[in-house]
Design a protein around this ligand. Sequence first.
Ligand code: PHE
Length: 365
Amino acid sequence: AGNTAATPPAPSDANTLLLGVATSLTGGQATFGISTRNGIELAVKQANEAGGVKDKKLAMRVYDTQGKPEEAAQAVTRLITQDKVLVVLGDVASSNSLAMAEKAQAAGVPMITPSSTNPTVTEKGDYIFRACFIDPFQGFVMAKFARENLKLSQVAVLQDNKSAYSIGLKDVFTRKFTEMGGKIATIESFSQGDTDYRAQLTAIKKSQPEAIYVPGYYSEVGVIARQAKELGLNVPLLGGDGWDSEKLYELGGSAIQGSYFTNHYSPDNPDPRIQKFVADYKAAYGAVPDALAALAYDAANMAIDALKKAPDTSGPALRDTIAKTKDFPGVGGAITLDEKRNPVKAAVVLKVGDGKSDYVTTVNP
Ligand code: PHE
């Protein structure tokens, strides 16, 4: 799509500033989208309670991407052409955000993905931003943790070959782990939605790894953990942010306990700003906010901050204002965007326990 921008849209209503949300509310990534919508809704509600922006109320229009790139692209087109939103927020899975970024960039409407970590998302153009770190960092963090903290020398990889996120993380992890003197025992693949991983896990067992890196999403990872144990593969799994879901514990049961994954934040962080967010979110939704909720809250607040500061609400004015985001106090860490429109932030490593994950360590960039 390049860096060109079309005529900016007018707000849909003179008294409302409309934010567009496209995220996966159903399908194998449903908990991602639900947390994302909740996080944005909380930010909008709080901003309205604080008086809105420039004498106007904020509102949001939400579409379900169903976890499918084609649906995600259509949702953005609808948000922009029909609803005339000022900013697009979403999606979680990088493959969906890649399809969305194409449309937002072509229309000249700024898009902030809260949680898509694949580097190519923001490379779609200068209207595309994010509120999270990127996978070259996340993959490095787990490679370092595996080598230095867990002292592993031989790790197998099981990747989702339908997911831009999974392929990207596999690339970084295998390169970094090897550079640090480790050995990749084997790399096996599955496709999103598969339910039987026994053939791949049998090949992995033969390669005698000390752990398996599974850069996938919770729906698959939980099932993989159970099938690995059934096959007598008694090694921890290692993963990335895609594991972050309440469903992981249900699907993985005791088989996933003792495994480790990288993530964006821990709700146990005693920082008062984080604890206030956790309390507000719990009061509104009856659940502890996961990283998706935290990053969505941050992305929405970045958009709201830009609406306050921009000279007008045109696409170019908002784009230029978002690009200047600096030391923004997010609950998922302070956000300063670099020249590629990516924040530089710390990652945490979490250990999967019984029904929740425990904080292990923080790795700074
Ligand atoms: N980073 C994942 C992706 O890009 C999405 C994700 C983020 C999932 C945070 C869970 C938690 O596809």
